[in-house]
Design a protein around this ligand. Structure first.
Ligand SMILES: [Zn+2]
Length: 99
């Protein structure tokens, strides 16, 4: 029973995180500061329920300043060899990942 409850809570947390990122994307053009707030909330939920932010969403957040990364606005992405380099235009952090 406890296990089930825990799974349920994590599932709910996961859905809330996904939803917050949807909102962040939706609000970015008109209220970019709200996007950062949604990201902050999503991170907090992840920590509280000890779940990871899904990889595809994690790439939308700067790992240093946690700004919401929107291509061409707060982030620039470049291909370098077999890596994708995303630069946060808010703090200048570069994040590399393989593709
Ligand atoms: Zn940053």
């Amino acid at each position: 029973m406890r296990k089930k409850q825990k799974d349920w809570a994590k599932d709910m947390a996961y859905q809330r995180i996904t939803r917050l990122f949807e909102l962040a994307e939706h609000e970015f053009s008109s209220h970019p500061e709200r996007s950062n707030r949604y990201v902050q909330l999503a991170r907090r939920i992840g920590m509280r329920y000890r779940i990871r932010i899904p990889a595809e969403l994690k790439h939308k957040v700067c790992k240093r300043c946690h700004a919401y990364l929107m291509q061409g606005v707060t982030a620039r992405t470049r291909l370098e060899g077999d890596h994708i380099t995303t630069t946060c235009l808010v703090c200048g952090e570069q994040m590399r990942r393989r593709y």
